[in-house]
Design a protein around this ligand. Structure first.
Ligand code: NAI
Ligand code: MG
Length: 397
């Protein structure tokens, strides 16, 4: 039998470092694959004027599944300065290759699970009535619509006249902004389409059913943002009633959810939201379970492309350390999400158990778990290197 092919996209900075360790863990757990390298990130922007070369898109098109480290992004003018001199003034404009991947493959469903590891010193704790502390067990899976809404990019400053005229047909626009000169107006739209909204909501319910969660919470603001948040909530009600009646449907407002997060995070299961609120609520939940060293994510398209990556970026200040100190767990967990996706649930669950064992035992901890500022001397102070953390997980397997 030919081995499955997985595209690896190390990217920049610590991306390649954590990816290498994740692949060691996958191999040690008995997952057999051929890894095909894909070029992505800053180097290719500087050398070729494109951080997401067509050959990389072709690879993903062919193999469908990609493990992604992280990339470095910089503002447009800084990016222009770092472009190879032979490419300057030729019309190359930097744009994030992650956004490029999302758009090209329509990776509209983003999943970010946040589960407490027992014994993680970074776990959120809560003071209870008698003054002692509780450590609530968080097990939430956040589904974020990944391509539309406020991050959809449909926006203007000094909107063109057709847009302005259209806005001037809305009574609230006339009342609130009708006297503002058009040059002083900036508009960012929040567009939800029915198909994409249904897809994210259905994906959330399906996940709840597949993984035994009791509830799906729509986390939006339908009382104020009536059209878009309202669409998501009404579709959720229909899908709940017709397809998933055994699962509870809850509805919270994003602002209140942020408050409840520290009050009763253990009560939430699957959460679904639009692009920006999903981004907010997933970062907030990730903070309760240890932050960027633990936050994993997956993005899927309707036709089966899946890209699996830690939520963190390329952390450039740590990239050149002689011995890397960053936590590889977020990347390894992202690789486990890939295993779930391609039907290797047993291997995924063995790796997760190994990670849980290492964290609970508490002997080997990266600097973030020791609440140290990230400096090369953390190793002398007893923090594990990236590789030692992976070694320990492999030993636990
Ligand atoms: P970052 O996530 O790279 O790092 C922020 C801080 O989080 C680090 O300084 C470090 O203290 C901590 N951290 C991150 N990963 C960690 C890990 N595995 N273990 C322990 N601690 C960890 O975000 P930052 O510094 O804002 O951005 C750096 C670059 O990464 C920028 O160019 C940014 O555009 C890019 N970026 C890329 C992302 C991606 O590839 N998905 C996401 C976020 C940022
Ligand atoms: Mg974010």
């Amino acid at each position: 039998m030919t081995k499955r092919k997985i595209v690896t996209l190390p990217g920049d900075g610590i991306g390649g470092i954590v990816l290498e360790q994740a692949i060691r863990v996958l191999t040690a757990a008995g997952f057999e694959a051929d890894y095909v390298h894909g070029d992505i990130g800053w180097e290719f922007w500087c050398k070729e004027g494109n951080p997401l070369p067509q050959r990389t898109i072709d690879l993903i098109e062919e193999h469908k599944i990609a493990l992604f480290g992280a990339i470095t992004s910089k503002p447009k003018d800084e990016a222009a300065e770092e472009l190879d001199p032979s490419l300057r003034d030729k019309g190359f404009v930097y744009s994030s290759p992650i956004v490029g991947l999302r758009q090209h493959f329509n990776l509209d469903v983003c999943l970010r699970p946040c589960r407490t590891y027992k014994g993680n010193p970074l776990n959120f704790i809560r003071r209870n009535r008698e003054g002692s502390f509780d450590e609530p067990v968080v097990d939430a899976a956040i589904f974020r619509q990944n391509t539309e809404g406020l991050y959809g990019g449909v926006e203007w400053s000094n909107p063109p006249s057709l847009v302005y005229k259209a806005l001037m047909t809305h009574p609230k626009f006339i009342k609130n902004f009708g006297n503002v000169p058009v040059e002083e107006i900036s508009v960012s739209t929040r567009i939800f389409s029915r198909n994409a909204t249904e897809r994210i909501v259905r994906a959330a319910f399906q996940y709840a059913r597949d993984f035994g969660y009791k509830s799906v919470t729509v986390c939006e603001k339908p009382n104020v943002i009536r059209e878009t948040s309202g669409l998501m909530l009404s579709l959720a009600k229909q899908i709940h009633k017709n397809e998933f009646p055994e699962i509870d449907l809850w509805n919270t407002n994003i602002d209140a959810q942020m408050m409840w997060l520290t009050k009763n995070p253990e009560n939430y299961g699957v959460i679904v939201a639009g692009n920006m609120f999903g981004d907010i609520v997933s970062d907030a939940f990730a903070g309760l379970i240890g932050g960027l060293g633990f936050a994993c994510s997956a993005q899927f398209s309707e036709d089966g492309v899946g890209v699996f990556e830690p939520t963190h970026g390329s952390a450039p200040k740590y990239a050149d350390y002689e011995k890397s100190i960053v936590n590889p767990v977020a990347m390894i967990e992202s690789a486990c999400m890939m295993l779930d996706y391609i039907g290797e649930k047993d291997i995924a669950s063995r790796i997760r158990k190994a990670i849980a064992g290492v964290i609970e035992e508490g002997k080997v901890k990266t600097y973030d778990m020791m609440k140290m500022p990230g400096k090369p001397d953390v190793i002398e102070q007893g923090a594990a290197t990236t590789q030692q953390m992976a070694d320990e997980i492999i030993a636990a397997l």
